[in-house]
Design a protein around this ligand. Sequence first.
Ligand code: DI6
Ligand code: FE
Length: 401
Amino acid sequence: MRCDRIWRDARLATLAPGGPGLGEVMGGLVASRDGRIIYAGPAADAPGLEADETISCDGRWITPGLIDCHTHLVFGGDRAGEFEQRLAGASYEAIARAGGGIVSTMAATRAASEDDLLAAALPRLDALIAEGVTTVEVKSGYGLSLADETKQLRVARALARRRDIDVATTFLGAHALPPEYGDDPDGYIDLVCAQMIPAVAAEGLADAVDAFCEGIGFTPAQVRRVFEAAKAHGLAVKLHAEQLSNLHGAALAAEFRALSADHLEYLDDGGVSALARAGSVATLLPGAFYFTRETQAPPIDQLRAQGVPIALATDCNPGTSPLTSPLLVMNMAATLFRLTVEECLAGVTRNAAMALGLAAEAGTLEAGKRCDLAIWDIERPAELVYRMGFNPLHRRVWRGR
Ligand code: DI6
Ligand code: FE
């Protein structure tokens, strides 16, 4: 069989479903053709392969390229000053009342040009790439007007032209109430449903629609309207749910067969069951948990018991998770939430792909999938979760290159 490239003398963590653990293969190889994996498994079982290029991995470990399935990577300004105020004792609410918080990022994002936003986002994207990320999701949600939300999404799409990476985009117009809507959240939701979602769908700017279902965000009734508009335009949905309180957002998301419900610290048993029935992924964001000093952990045991797939992501955003390290996310998920090494690695590969509706395309080392690989200088996969602030990436392969 002819192929473009072979990575041989490797140990594989295929993350293939069904298998025990990580789907580990000693003495493995991966072969690619036209950017897809055509074989991943034991070298001894490989078909006869004729490659243009053969690369020895000298026994290194290969995992699927990492997938960061929840980020707000594109935004203007930063909130380091607000961080200092919080260290000095100011509350999130007091800062928001003084014009800080999400609205300050909105103002900086509105003031920025597409070029400005792209230039600000690229170093953050590069930090993810440096740790082996080959697919990233990017949300809007800091423009909060038709022109500025579409601007953010165009920049997110542009990232994929500037770097070798797949970018999935998500429209998060229902993230916060822009000040010009004062005390009229329903009026703003009208705009989101009647103008923003149709425009975003018509321009092909988003792969999914998200919302912030929370006391300081939008009510379940408002989110339902957003989801109905999304479905009417053929867009998948996901939801920021149960981060600070339990408004039963996860059950609402499940009703709409959401790809994922995200955060979930305050998720109850009914919400877990709803996600299980819908086949939605639970995306956990330990960076936001850590940075906000949250003390209630998501219901991990119940998620496990009901077989809900768990994904992990950085939630990279300027307010609650200024984090661009999927390796640190895995360490935090293990230390703060007690996830196992297997769960952590599945969370940034196979289950993250599922959370983006890309399970058939990415997230495991299996024939037919995109040849996205992370090759690591490690002796055992647990090192990827165990260490803090150390990056053992040897090479990253995107689409076979
Ligand atoms: N949940 C969060 O933690 C962020 N957005 C959201 O829906 C906060 C975003 C910010 O403070 O800028
Ligand atoms: Fe988020």
